[in-house]
Ligand binder design. Structure first.
Ligand code: ADP
Length: 262
């Protein structure tokens, strides 16, 4: 039987994500790939996988919305529109948490902080694209200094009993601090936790925060310990993360696509 699906693609500077939603705004399929140098190729690979999850074909897609850094470089033969990342992340997050929230998206090369009021209106937003501090790129650089894959940082940090604090804002100086700590014989677990502490500090100081904070993005998806640490760092706040935190922007884009044909 013919399906009625809506496609959202979030072409991030690091990873491209696709989400297919059905007529009830439920996720029917999703996929993520490295963006590499060709957003359209990454988007098409994601689409093929998401369609396979949903047991559907391109002709089942009624409309699509593309967002993210590479949103204007995607070629897929479906009725489509483009939207900013801020709008799509806000839409995706509010669908999970429909009340006043501050969204913090920790991406591969940038961070976004979006304040949404209880009626879903975006009150303000800030985006850091100038520096790697507090982003996935920061974690990758620190993992390189520790000579471990970035995917091991979470498990290491969870075992820390005596976190070291990295005082530098700049990624280059933080890398030097990491090397100094290695030379001093500090345990790798404690350095790993210090690295996550630095991420939280950078994103929390982007702006004032409302009572409820929703943290999203690939960094949180692969490092769930960040949520625990953020809760410890801001005990007066409620820290939440949605299901599939790396796909919030693509989900929001798919919701916009379904609204456009409603
Ligand atoms: P963007 O939208 O900016 O491209 P994402 O929100 O998709 O970024 O997050 C990308 C980040 O997620 C990467 O920089 C990396 O830190 C993290 N990440 C992605 N895949 C993995 C993985 N397999 N293991 C650990 N971290 C990962």
């Amino acid at each position: 039987m013919k399906k009625k699906l809506f496609l959202g693609i979030d072409a991030g500077s690091s990873r491209t994500k696709a989400v297919l939603t059905d007529e009830n705004k439920k996720i029917a399929g999703y996929a993520v790939k490295k963006s590499g140098v060709n957003f359209s190729k990454a988007a098409n690979l994601c689409l093929t996988q998401a369609l396979s999850n949903a047991a559907a074909s391109v002709s089942d897609i009624k409309s699509a919305v593309f967002t993210g850094y590479g949103r204007n470089n995607i070629f897929i033969e479906v009725p489509k529109a483009v939207k900013t990342e801020i709008s799509c992340h806000a839409k995706g997050c509010y669908a999970y948490f429909p009340y006043e929230i501050t969204v913090i998206d920790i991406g591969g090369q940038d961070n976004k902080l979006i304040k949404i009021n209880k009626n879903s209106k975006i009150e303000s937003f800030k985006m850091n694209r100038k520096c790697a501090a507090g982003t996935g790129a920061f974690l990758e650089e620190m993992a390189l200094r520790l000579d471990i894959p970035v995917s091991e940082l979470n498990n290491l940090a969870e075992k820390s009993e005596n976190m070291v604090k990295l005082g530098s804002f700049c990624t280059v100086f933080s890398a030097t601090e990491v090397l100094e700590n290695i030379q001093k014989g500090v345990k790798i677990f404690d350095i790993a936790k210090g690295i996550f502490h630095s991420v939280i500090k950078r994103v929390f100081e982007m702006d004032s925060l409302t009572k409820t904070i929703v943290i999203t993005g690939g960094v949180v998806a692969h490092n769930p310990f960040i949520i625990k640490m953020a809760t410890g760092a801001a005990p007066d706040k409620k820290i939440l993360t949605p299901a599939l935190p790396q796909f919030t922007g693509a989900f929001g884009a798919a919701l916009y696509a379904s609204n456009s044909t409603a």
